[in-house]
Write a protein that binds this ligand. Structure first.
Ligand code: HEC
Length: 138
C-alpha cells in the first residue's frame, strides 16, 4: 500500500502532468485553427452567407459540420458534391431540381444573396475537418 506522502506525491504529479498536457494540447489546437479553417479566405461575402444560412433556418432541416436537423442532406461538402452552379440554381427552385419526396422551402434569394450563400458553402467545404464527413460506405 502507498504511504500517505507517496499517495500525495502521486496525486500531485499526476494532476500537474495531466494539466500540463491539457494546456499544451489546447495551445496546439488553437494554433492550428487558422490554417485548418483557411482564415484568410473568410471574406465579407462568406460572413453574409453564414448570416443568411442562420436567418433562414437552413439548419431546421439540414446539418452543417454535423450540427442541425436530419431531414435533409448534410451541406458541408455540398459544393464539392454538386458544384456551385447547381447549388445556386437549386436553392431558389428546389422542387424543379430535387429528387427526394422530402420538400425544401422555395426561397427567393437575389443574385447577391445567392453569391453569398455559395461563398459560404465554398469556404466551409474547404475547411480541413480531419476527414469529416466520411465517404458513405456504399
Ligand atoms: C423544410 C426543410 C428545409 C429547409 C428549411 C431547407 N432545406 Fe435545403 N433541402 C431540403 C430537402 C428535403 C432537400 C433534398 C431535396 C431533394 O433532393 O429533393 C434539400 C436540399 C438542399 C440542397 C441540395 C443538397 C444536395 O446534396 O443535393 C441545398 C444546396 C440546400 N438544400 C440548401 C438549403 C439552404 C441554403 C437552405 C436555407 C436557406 C435550406 N436548404 C433550407 C429541405 C430543406
Amino acid at each position: 500500500m502507498l504511504s500517505k506522502s507517496a499517495a500525495r506525491n502521486f496525486f500531485l504529479i499526476g494532476t500537474f502532468l495531466c494539466f500540463g498536457s491539457f494546456i499544451l494540447l489546447t495551445v496546439d489546437t488553437i494554433s492550428q485553427v487558422p490554417k485548418q479553417t483557411n482564415e484568410h479566405k473568410l471574406t465579407e461575402s462568406v460572413a453574409r452567407g453564414k448570416h443568411l444560412f442562420d436567418a433562414n433556418n437552413c439548419m431546421g432541416c439540414h446539418t452543417i459540420l454535423g450540427e442541425g436537423a436530419y431531414y435533409a442532406p448534410e451541406l458541408t461538402k455540398v459544393i464539392q458534391r454538386r458544384g456551385a452552379r447547381f447549388v445556386r440554381k437549386f436553392i431558389n427552385d428546389p422542387q424543379k431540381y430535387g429528387r427526394s419526396p422530402r420538400k425544401m422551402v422555395d426561397y427567393d434569394f437575389n443574385d447577391q444573396e445567392l453569391d453569398d450563400l455559395v461563398a459560404f458553402f465554398t469556404w466551409i467545404g474547404e475547411v480541413d475537418l480531419n476527414g469529416f464527413p466520411p465517404e458513405p460506405n456504399l
